[in-house]
Design a protein around this ligand. Sequence first.
Ligand code: IMP
Length: 195
Amino acid sequence: MMKELKKLVFATNNQHKLEEARAITAGKFELLSLADIDCHDDIPETAPTLEGNALIKARWIHDRYGFDCFADDTGLMVDALGGEPGVMSARYAGPGHDSEANMKKLLRNLEGQTDRKAHFSTCVALILDGKEYLFEGRVDGTIADTPAGENGFGYDPIFIADETGRRFAEMSADEKNEISHRGRAMRKLSEFLAD
Ligand code: IMP
């Protein structure tokens, strides 16, 4: 008989993230999405930090639905803008605006600025057997003057990774995953879950 795997919810509706995480946890956990547990809640992400927002999401699922769970939150921090857009990365240009508008606003705010240093950070919050754990991943780079490249999403066309000298949007998914904030945080989670 097949061994029954422990169920673990990934508090996301993003299919791409889910596939990535399923590959990482295969054989160890049965990974469920929010849709799988019939959760269609609009979970409020109101904390001022990535850690805070990741914990809000993980606790929401754990407390209301009773599952072990993990959740992630990511931000792009630009040095010359005092860490903006940070936790506001998804909504930088205001509600209802897309990545294009967010990038435009960022480039406008950096016009004439020579310090282009920035980093992406991802925080993953895990609640397992009633205990909370945090995992972080970071990638350093600079903000380009103009967008380029076809791959990825969000700010990828303007983020040049220090380690490759190329924009994320000019790298393959595997290449990006190797060094990315989320790749690093997810691998830390995966190593922890493997123990
Ligand atoms: P989330 O917490 O993963 O939803 O990320 C918040 C926002 O950060 C997204 O809406 C994107 O604008 C941006 N972001 C997150 N990860 C990436 C990435 O890998 N490349 C570019 N932008 C990203």
